[in-house]
Design a protein around this ligand. Structure first.
Ligand code: ATP
Ligand code: MG
Length: 361
């Protein structure tokens, strides 16, 4: 076929189940590449993560960003290790990439999958289908602050952690949420803040939200405080379409959302840079899950769904849709890992997804 696209993926499997699920995602992409005949790809592997840290004293090489800067996308497993503090593993790799490559929107779809027993057996679970848009480069995770001010004595330490909200940072992520809403059947954007208690950054966010919303008269809007929204996620998830929130708030809400849908293991995500200078990064929402690593029972759906987001980002919407349909068909058939109530292995779930994709060609 003419115009066959070729992609270079930077693959960072990371630690724990990260390595297991990323292999499965790549199997699906490889299968699609062969059957669709629309694209080819090559994978460059980077062994960064906590194991690497324990051996080399750093999560990634100093020239790491430089080495993956020109890839078309980054496909990321998970990082985390019981003996490495989480703030080191997070800042040393994931956040270094998100911030270094200005991946300013983190997109986290939440969808009920047929056949999955949600941990919260919600009466409206079939309608659970929303996308959370998380501000991804500033806000509460700006990394600005310090400890041990003014030589205070033992037991009197003070730590300061500042949040940074810029008008441009708020605007681009809010605008992106509205653009996503415009592509959906129900056009609605919900903004979440805590502007009653945090009167600077969150109020700026609210003002920008109001201003941007005027450019999208077709889109219904509402604004909630994060505490009330946490309750709403549980009580009325069917009311949500596109939810946009700051780095911290959306981080918390997205775990809540994936738990509502059944498991952290099924939640995909994309860290998007949209201005063309840097690659975007695709990863499941869950971590390295050391408690189940090495057993072949990790749910690969979050990572396979992230591959769908990656293909869509690379212009292969049809192939992305095929993956998502195959995931739904697989869970509907009852082929489920233990976290969502089944007994299938990681491999069996992927095999089923691949065979559903095959049946479409
Ligand atoms: P990390 O420090 O890397 O974030 P964690 O254990 O704190 O690891 P997660 O890895 O997100 O956090 O796991 C939280 C819980 O969800 C664990 O009990 C884990 O087994 C479960 N879990 C996470 N991902 C999956 C998955 N893909 N399949 C099955 N269970 C999962
Ligand atoms: Mg964790």
């Amino acid at each position: 076929m003419e115009n066959k696209q070729h992609f270079k993926l930077a693959v960072i499997p990371g630690d724990g189940i990260g390595e297991e699920v990323i292999q499965e995602g790549l199997r699906v992409v490889d299968h699609l590449s062969k059957t669709s005949n629309k694209f080819t790809f090559e994978s460059d592997y980077f062994p960064w993560g906590c194991e690497y840290y324990l051996e080399h004293g750093k999560m990634m090489d100093e020239d790491g960003l430089e080495r993956i800067k020109n890839h078309d996308a980054i496909y990321f497993g998970a990082v985390g290790y019981p003996t490495v503090p989480d703030h080191i593993s997070l800042w040393g790799l994931r956040l270094a990439i998100c911030q270094g490559f200005d991946q300013w929107a983190n997109i986290r779809p939440v969808e009920f999958l047929p056949g999955v027993e949600g941990k919260l057996n919600h009466p409206h679970k079939e309608k659970l289908n929303w996308v959370l848009v998380r501000e991804n480069t500033e806000g509460e995770y700006s990394g600005i602050g310090g400890r041990n001010f003014a030589g205070r004595g033992p037991g009197k330490e003070v730590a300061v952690q500042s949040s940074v909200f810029t008008e441009e940072g708020c605007e681009r992520v809010i605008r992106h949420a509205f653009d996503l809403a415009m592509k959906r059947d129900r056009k609605k954007v919900t903004s979440v803040t805590k502007s009653n208690a945090q009167q600077y950054g969150m109020v700026l966010w609210d003002e920008v939200f109001k201003r941007v919303s005027r450019d999208y008269p077709e889109v219904e809007t509402d604004q909630w405080l994060v505490d009330a929204m946490a309750a709403r996620f549980v009580l009325h998830p069917e009311e949500l379409e596109v939810v946009v929130a700051s780095n911290l708030h959306a981080d918390i809400l997205s775990d809540l959302g994936s738990a509502l849908a059944g498991s952290l293991g099924i939640a995909p995500s994309a860290n998007i840079h949209l201005d063309g200078r840097f690659p975007s990064m695709f990863e499941s929402v869950h971590g390295s899950a050391p408690d189940i690593a090495g057993q072949g029972i990790a749910n690969p759906i979050g990572t396979i769904g992230s591959a769908a987001l990656m293909l869509e980002h690379l212009g292969l919407k049809q192939e992305a849709d095929l993956i998502n349909e195959a995931i739904r068909a697989t869970t509907k058939d009852g082929i489920l890992t233990a976290d969502i109530g089944g007994t299938s292995s990681t491999r069996e779930v992927t095999d089923a997804i691949i065979s559903h994709i095959s049946s479409k060609y």
